[in-house]
Write a protein of this length. Structure first.
Length: 138
């Protein structure tokens, strides 16, 4: 009886280890992960990060940041991607990356660094649609 109980305990430990290993590998199936920091220097919740595959079939997928500003893309095919961080639908920052068959990439966006460029780009883009008054008195 004692031998039978030991065998059952050993089988249970092996099954639990295999099940845990399966969960770990599924959780590690991330290809690209990062954080979006907002204009105020705090994590930006609800930002959209778009991944556009640029070296083959054009595929666009997106991920939304959580309350810690973190986004994750899982299971992306190996290739070159253009990542764009968007807030309220406006593209504010971009990064070009290449995924690999092993490991994952960390790509962070700090919108404070891109604030000036983004505003200039938005003003250039909007010039054809609205009139932007020159408020500079000089």
């Amino acid at each position: 009886m004692v031998r039978h109980v030991r065998t059952l305990k050993s089988i249970y430990v092996i099954v639990a280890a295999v099940a845990t290993a399966g969960l770990t590998s599924a959780a590690d199936n991330k290809c690209i992960q990062g954080t979006v920091i907002g204009f105020n220097g705090k994590p930006c919740e609800g930002a959209e990060v778009r991944a556009l595959r640029v070296d083959g079939k054009v595929t666009l997928i997106s991920a939304t940041t959580d309350d810690r500003g973190v986004y994750v893309f899982r299971g992306l095919p190996v290739g070159a991607y253009s990542l764009t961080a968007c807030v309220d639908g406006f593209p504010l920052s971009r990064a070009n990356v290449k995924t690999q068959s092993q490991g994952w990439l960390k790509v962070d966006f700090d919108l404070r660094l891109d604030a000036g460029d983004s505003m200039d780009r938005m003003q250039r883009d909007l010039r054809g649609f609205v009139t932007i008054p020159n408020t500079n008195p000089h």
